[in-house]
Design a binder for this molecule. Structure first.
Ligand SMILES: *[C@@H]1O[C@H](CO)[C@@H](O)[C@H](O)[C@H]1NC(C)=O
Length: 201
């Protein structure tokens, strides 16, 4: 039986006029519906209906600013600010492997990737199962919702919000991805004037 519709959310914040071209490529063995969410107040980029195994946003492919239901892997972009910033975020959890590959620029623009199958390494309390298979992995913030794991309250700054034994599970598998809110130094990438290939698996 074909495994249907894993789902990944792209968070795009267009702050300026940018001619960046985004190319999406699926190398997974299953169907992927990329959910594309624009920044606040931006028009939908894509429309359609479909229900996904994980990361769904109410049966719509365009999430209308709502965001897909976590856990899902996020590829995040802020363009022209004044350079482009991009990252892969597992802050709310993970559902599938993804890479962000800058195109048409020098090698100073780095590829970010999270290619490990974290569903296989997912700790017991974080697993999301469908038909007994682990199909996604919650972050500790999503699963336990404490200020410590979510970097809120007295933990809402980089000094007090530290990696946890849970976020380290994600970091061990995907060292280039955000695994908690202040994971910036190893996870936030910049580039100027690139197009981007977003590759699933
Ligand atoms: C993380 O630490 C907590 C508290 O010490 C413990 O209950 C939990 O099992 C640990 N989880 C992992 C994945 O190591």
């Amino acid at each position: 039986m074909e495994l249907k519709l894993l789902y990944l959310l792209l968070v795009l914040s267009f702050l300026g006029v940018d001619a960046a071209v985004f190319t999406l490529q699926n190398r997974c063995g299953n169907t992927v519906w990329p959910g594309i969410q624009g920044g606040e107040g931006k028009a939908p980029l894509m429309n359609g209906k479909g229900t996904c195994l994980t990361g769904d946003c109410g049966g719509n492919l365009e999430c209308s600013g709502a965001g897909g239901a976590p856990p899902s892997t996020l590829a995040e972009f802020t363009l022209d600010s004044p350079v482009d910033y991009y990252d892969i975020s597992l802050v709310d959890g993970y559902n599938m492997p993804v890479s962000i590959i800058p195109l048409g620029v020098s090698s100073s623009c780095k590829t970010s990737r999270c290619l490990s199958d974290i569903n296989q390494a997912c700790p017991e309390g974080l697993q999301v199962r469908k038909n007994r298979r682990v199909v996604a992995c919650k972050s500790a913030c999503l699963a336990f919702n404490t200020p410590e794991y979510c970097c809120t309250g007295e933990y809402s700054n980089p000094q007090t919000c530290r990696p946890s034994n849970y976020s380290n599970v994600f970091k061990d598998s995907c060292p280039l991805a955000y695994t908690y809110a202040y994971d910036d130094p190893s996870s936030l990438f910049t580039c100027e004037g690139a197009d981007y290939l977003i590759r699933f698996c």
